[in-house]
Design a protein around this ligand. Structure first.
Ligand code: PLP
Length: 236
């Protein structure tokens, strides 16, 4: 199957899941995760009208995306992997959104680098909801400290836009649903507490669990394998 065919199959499944969950049509955005796949694969997806992409690692994104972003102003790149502070300088150059904000120090560095280039950037706060994954804010208190930091006006170049999580890698459907509903419920509360921000984005769901994520209120699914095929980790 080609990237184009995979994309339309995934879009159809997203649409079906929206209907099944009683969600509005096209309320779920598709982030095509191109990590470990070559630039040609990204271009195939663009030719099939996919404009929103996700990458895990800044260095790989820097090899693949600058020329693409220059040629296609409608293409947007989100960074979704754990981000070391020394990578932030390049990250903010190419990303429209950083989905994996998991500590205040990272917010501070994003603010610093964005102010240098006078760019505003969207961020999602990653929250730990699954037993097996280690990434994300571990508690609501920690997450609120980060939101407070922004609410106090200390990060004028940062636009808090919502939340992200990864479900545990398990066959246990109830554990997967629980992980997503945990983030949904937390997001509902925080949207109320931080009314000055538009915290509507809920990035949850990958190739193996996006239908469950949509049932639990995801607004953006991050899909790699189902679009681009298996990743060849020996390539890098
Ligand atoms: C790789 C990755 C994805 C995509 O995973 P697939 O299972 O290939 O769809 C989604 N989110 C994050 C954070 C990832 O690292």
């Amino acid at each position: 199957m080609s990237v184009k065919e995979n994309l339309s199959a995934v879009l159809e499944k997203i649409a079906d899941a929206e209907v099944k969950a009683g969600r509005t049509q096209e309320s779920v955005k598709l982030l095509a995760v191109s990590k470990f796949h070559p630039q040609e694969a990204v271009k195939e997806a663009i030719a099939a009208n996919q404009f929103l992409f996700g990458e895990n690692r800044v260095q790989e994104a820097m090899e693949k995306f600058p020329s693409i972003l220059e040629e296609n102003p409608s293409v947007k790149l989100h960074l979704i992997g754990q981000l070391q502070s020394n990578k932030v300088k390049n990250a903010v150059k190419i990303a429209d959104c950083i989905q994996s904000v998991d500590r205040i120090d990272l917010l501070k560095e994003i603010e610093k680098q964005c102010s240098k280039i006078e760019k505003k950037i969207k961020v999602l706060f990653e929250f730990h909801t699954g037993e097996e994954s280690k990434s994300g804010f571990a508690s609501r208190e920690e997450l609120c400290k980060a939101l407070d930091f922004c609410a106090e006006g200390k990060a004028p170049h940062i636009i808090p836009a919502g939340f992200m999580t990864m479900a545990p890698f398990t066959e246990d459907q109830s554990a997967i649903h629980k992980s997503f509903s945990t983030l949904y419920n937390l997001a509902e509360k925080l949207k109320n507490e931080y009314k000055n921000f538009d915290l509507t984005e809920l990035s949850m769901g990958m190739s193996g669990d996006f239908e469950a994520a949509i049932a639990e209120g995801s607004t953006m699914v991050r899909i790699g394998t189902a679009i681009f095929g298996e990743r060849d980790y020996t390539n890098k």
